[in-house]
Ligand binder design. Structure first.
Ligand code: 5GP
Ligand code: SF4
Ligand code: MG
Length: 451
């Protein structure tokens, strides 16, 4: 998912729209905006892309200079309308809106307790627990958020807005990114920095793990809700999720991917190939890095129809298969008769790689050597990236040789977990989907590992 906040900028809804539009790659299922005019919060949300949910008239009718928004890609909780964010509550003590990226892992435990105290949930999502937990606590809004954040466990970067403030909160492990930047007379807050650049903003700051940042009365205040922190930025943000022009923990995503590609090339000293082809768009950076390091030409051997959404973020396998077919075409004149190094960022279920090897071969490629710019994906993510069950992960069932057979490649190689650490340098990573070392207690999710 993606979250975006606007604090104290005229026509906040319009700026919010541009922010969400830049974060669209983080979720395409639904889009929502909540705006505060200083007295109350109005929200509008719907299924689909930001451009489809919001028309100009809708946005100009949403008056106010503070807003939060959300683009959704469901991991926990179904796709029903009740789970679309921001989630808004109107209580005796005022309005609150919440936008969340990540996944709360002790949501079942907290929900039971809250329900025992009379809470009535609208949806099945884990994010609603955040709002209820904040409402349940006592004290000022900051105190309530602090208490709630201490009880929530899992991955979360969330925004809380009342009539005249925004609080940005990041989990103690630093799993999901969250940054903010000054914008005109106020501030903008975003899951990724790519949203700032479209606004002409080039200087931004990251929230620290375990931090609450308050935007109120035109200033920024920092609070640490816990000192028990660690640095486990989701490796998948660099590998696949984030946009290449974003900077995550001080490192540009394109650069990270290029370096990963170069590491792959260094392991291939003995491979004799003709061209390097990346799977558009998320693997192009890694393919460029591989080509640069190996000295082989980087070629457009696959063309992507940009009007088909992200294939992975489709709920059923049949839909994913159909969209891979519509999305990618081989460029015959480029690949025919060639030995191709095909770079992809990851193999999850194996759908994409298998299909692309077949496409390249049907276009006349002599050999296809698949190189994956991440380690073998063998464990499900419980921190907000949908990899579904362990049974669906091809890397959990088959070894590399068997996967190579399955995708019908001439050879297959992945990066190692150590390679990821090397590329990350000083940046601490979560690599749980590769090495099974989860950074949190898994609560009820632990049983999913047994499947
Ligand atoms: P597969 O086709 O093996 O199931 O999934 C891998 C492909 O899906 C890659 O090409 C990758 O770019 C794309 N992909 C889309 N969404 C995701 C995601 O959330 N995580 C990962 N690792 N890959 C994804
Ligand atoms: Fe990211 Fe994998 Fe960790 Fe999930 S398990 S947060 S996808 S690195
Ligand atoms: Mg891809």
């Amino acid at each position: 998912c993606g979250v975006f906040g606007v604090y104290h900028v005229e026509n906040a809804a319009m700026l919010e729209y541009y922010g969400l539009h830049s974060l669209q790659h983080r979720g395409q299922e639904s889009s929502g905006i909540a705006v505060s005019d200083g007295e109350t919060i109005n929200s509008y949300k719907g299924k689909g892309l930001t451009v489809d949910v919001f028309q100009k008239e809708k946005l100009s009718a949403m008056k106010g200079n503070t807003a939060i928004g959300h683009v959704r890609y469901s991991t926990a909780g179904g796709q029903e309308a009740e789970n679309i964010q921001p989630i808004v509550s109107k209580g005796h003590n005022g309005c609150l809106a919440v936008s969340h990226n990540g996944q709360i892992d002790n949501d079942v435990e907290l929900r039971l307790e809250l329900e025992n105290h009379g809470a009535i949930f609208q949806g099945t999502g884990d994010s609603e627990v955040i709002l209820h937990q904040i409402q349940y606590e006592r004290g000022t809004l900051l105190e309530r958020i602090t208490q709630a954040a201490r009880k929530l466990d899992g991955a979360f970067s969330f925004l809380v807005m009342d009539e005249d403030r925004i609080y940005a909160v990041r989990d103690r492990y630093g799993i999901r990114p969250l940054s903010y930047a000054p914008c005109r007379q106020g501030y903008v807050i975003s899951s990724e920095t790519c949203a700032f650049e479209v606004m002409g903003i080039y200087e931004s700051y990251d929230l620290k793990p375990g931090e609450i940042v308050e935007f109120s009365k035109d200033i920024v205040k920092h609070y640490q809700y816990t000192n028990d922190i660690s640095h486990h930025m989701c490796a998948m943000e660099y590998i696949y999720f984030a946009r290449p022009d974003s900077v995550v923990e001080g490192k540009n995503v394109h650069t990270f991917r290029k370096e990963s590609g170069a590491v792959l090339a260094r392991k291939d000293q003995d491979l004799h190939a003709d061209i390097v082809v990346g799977v558009p768009d998320s693997s192009l950076s890694a393919a460029i890095g591989y080509a640069e390091e190996s000295g082989l030409p980087f070629e457009t051997g696959l063309f992507k129809n940009r009007y088909v959404g992200r294939t992975f973020i489709q709920p059923t396998q049949a839909m994913r298969d159909q969209s891979v077919r519509m999305k990618l075409s081989p460029v015959e004149s480029v690949v025919s008769g060639k030995s191709v190094v095909m770079i992809d960022d990851s193999i999850v279920r194996g759908t994409t790689s298998r299909r692309i090897v077949q496409l390249l071969k049907s276009a006349g490629a002599k050999e296809v050597h698949v190189r994956i710019a991440s380690p073998v994906f063998a464990y499900p993510c419980f921190y907000g990236v949908d990899t579904s069950t362990r049974a669906e992960l091809i890397g959990a069932r088959l070894n590399v040789e068997e996967i190579c057979d399955y995708i019908k490649a001439d050879s297959l190689r992945y990066l190692e977990v150590e390679d990821m650490r090397e590329v990350a340098g000083q940046i601490g990573l979560c690599l749980a989907c590769f090495d099974g070392k989860y950074v949190t207690n898994l609560y009820t999710h632990g049983k999913e590992l047994e499947d």
